[in-house]
Design a protein around this ligand. Structure first.
Ligand SMILES: *[C@@H]1O[C@H](CO)[C@@H](O)[C@H](O)[C@H]1NC(C)=O
Length: 454
């Protein structure tokens, strides 16, 4: 009797299980989208957690970035460090949440509602008139072994901004390459541009790559390859140097690899917060990925993406020219970023000269080696001193030649103000807004180009 009841009960259960509806992907999707927005709605009033499409989620995230009003204004670089240390004290899972906290702490421009327009004009213009013709043929190819460009020469040349006062080789030219979600002037105006312009050390030009570098990184690399050859060719064929930030380093390394004509004319490659191995945190800028879509170049910067894997193949993880890599173990976007396993760590299989410089190892206990963000390396005093050292000696920058003890006590390079530090930090909220606005977003990375076979 008892057995019969049990049997009946269990077959009822079986029937219930069989009748249960199959997992509803649409409901799960909505739940995930609403979870993504929930974290943001906790921080900002009036954000709806009900979204049925990725486009709606990105719209709400953008609104959340635009809404907060700043409640505190830092008055010294050290106060910026304190605010950043508190914002990034936990391992970030959703960088949009951190970016909103940066807005609340005045570490952001106040005009995030129209970033695509705001940062496409003036010194960030993608359309520049560069009339000087190169002194030798550099397009469609400078050397037979160079990869083919997918862009026209006009497209490649117009993104280069050459400021008034550029000396065309009297002072050594340096090409500044921005990072994901940014423009050349936006990235560098409050650090390297400000410090180098008018100096005898380096004469900066910068690249305003279309799409805020959010499109295919292989195409972004084409702009770098062309700019190296063009700037040298209009500067009496003198060598140039390259300073890149973040993804700009992957693009530069890709350019050096697949456009070998660039290698003999680059004196120094100075890498600020590079992610030569991508980052295990790629998707903190795309919460909910792959349910929520993402921008192509972020998917390409996933730790083991096809793009990163191809770049590193055949000693692509080794320097092609003297390379000075400078990075922070507390990078909130690129991880791992410590020791020989750091994404920034570059090898030297070709014996061209490399220095790998982790700020926390160089300045233990010092402000320059405290909580330094991905963007903070751009204004870091050790980073600037190493860049100057590299540019004024042959081979990479060396810590043994700089005033390590003195510089470790500072949070920003001498000559930079708290306003410069804040302006540089503003790259992150701007990048997040640019990511929210970028279309088309995708779920798989762009195909590797046909030329990249090695
Ligand atoms: C130009 O750069 C190449 C490659 O780094 C280097 O070997 C060469 O010495 C540089 N030339 C000058 C004049 O600095």
């Amino acid at each position: 009797m008892r057995l019969a009841i049990l049997t009946a009960a269990s077959s009822l259960l079986m029937a219930l299980v069989a009748a249960a509806p199959a997992p509803a992907p649409e409901l799960e999707r909505r739940q995930l989208l609403s979870n993504v927005l929930g974290e943001v709605a906790d921080l900002v009033d009036g954000i709806s957690t009900q979204a049925t499409s990725p486009a709606q989620v990105w719209g709400e995230l953008l609104t959340a970035l635009e809404k907060p009003t700043a409640t505190a204004t830092p008055t010294s670089p050290a106060q910026v460090e304190t605010a950043l240390a508190s914002i990034y004290s936990a391992t970030p899972t959703n960088l949009i949440v951190n970016a909103i906290e940066m807005v609340q702490n005045s570490l952001s421009p106040s005009d995030l509602n129209d970033v695509l327009t705001t940062y496409s004009a003036g010194c960030n213009s993608e359309v520049n008139i560069n009339l000087r013709s190169p002194s030798r043929t550099i397009f469609p190819k400078k050397a037979a072994a160079d990869a083919p460009y997918s862009l026209s020469e006009a497209q490649l040349r117009q993104v280069i901004q050459i400021p008034a006062g550029f000396t065309y080789g009297r002072v050594p030219p340096v090409v500044l390459v921005p990072g994901t979600g940014s423009k050349g002037c936006l990235t560098f105006r409050a650090n390297f541009i400000k410090l180098f312009q008018g100096s005898q050390v380096a004469d900066p030009v910068w690249l305003n790559i279309p799409g805020f570098l959010l499109g295919d990184a292989q195409v972004n690399a084409e702009y770098v390859a062309y700019a190296i050859n063009y700037i040298s060719a209009i500067s009496s064929n003198k060598n140039v140097s390259v300073i890149a930030w973040s993804q700009g380093n992957l693009d530069t390394q890709w350019a050096l690899k697949y456009w070998p004509s660039t290698r003999p004319i680059v004196s120094d490659f100075i890498s600020i917060s590079p992610d030569f191995h991508g980052t295990v945190l790629a998707y903190i800028v795309c919460p909910g990925f792959p349910t929520l879509t993402c921008v192509p170049s972020v998917i390409q910067q996933e730790y083991d993406s096809d793009f990163v894997t191809r770049l590193r193949l055949t000693d692509g993880d080794s320097a092609y020219v003297p390379t000075t890599s400078i990075y922070s173990a507390t990078d909130e976007i690129v991880q791992p970023q410590q020791g020989t396993g750091a994404s920034a760590f570059i090898k030297d299989a070709r014996g061209v000269g490399v220095s790998n410089n982790e700020l926390q190892t160089i300045c233990p206990g010092g402000l320059a080696g405290s909580v330094v963000t991905h963007e903070g390396v751009l204004y870091n005093p050790i980073a600037y001193a190493l860049a100057v050292d590299a540019l004024t000696h042959s081979g990479p920058g060396l810590v043994s030649r700089i005033d390590r003890a003195g510089l470790c006590q500072l949070y920003a390079a001498p000559g930079l103000t708290v306003a410069d530090v804040v302006a540089t930090e503003g790259n992150i909220p701007v990048a997040l807004a640019a990511i929210a606005l970028y279309e088309p977003k995708v779920v798989v990375e762009p195909k590797i180009k046909g030329y990249a076979t090695y």
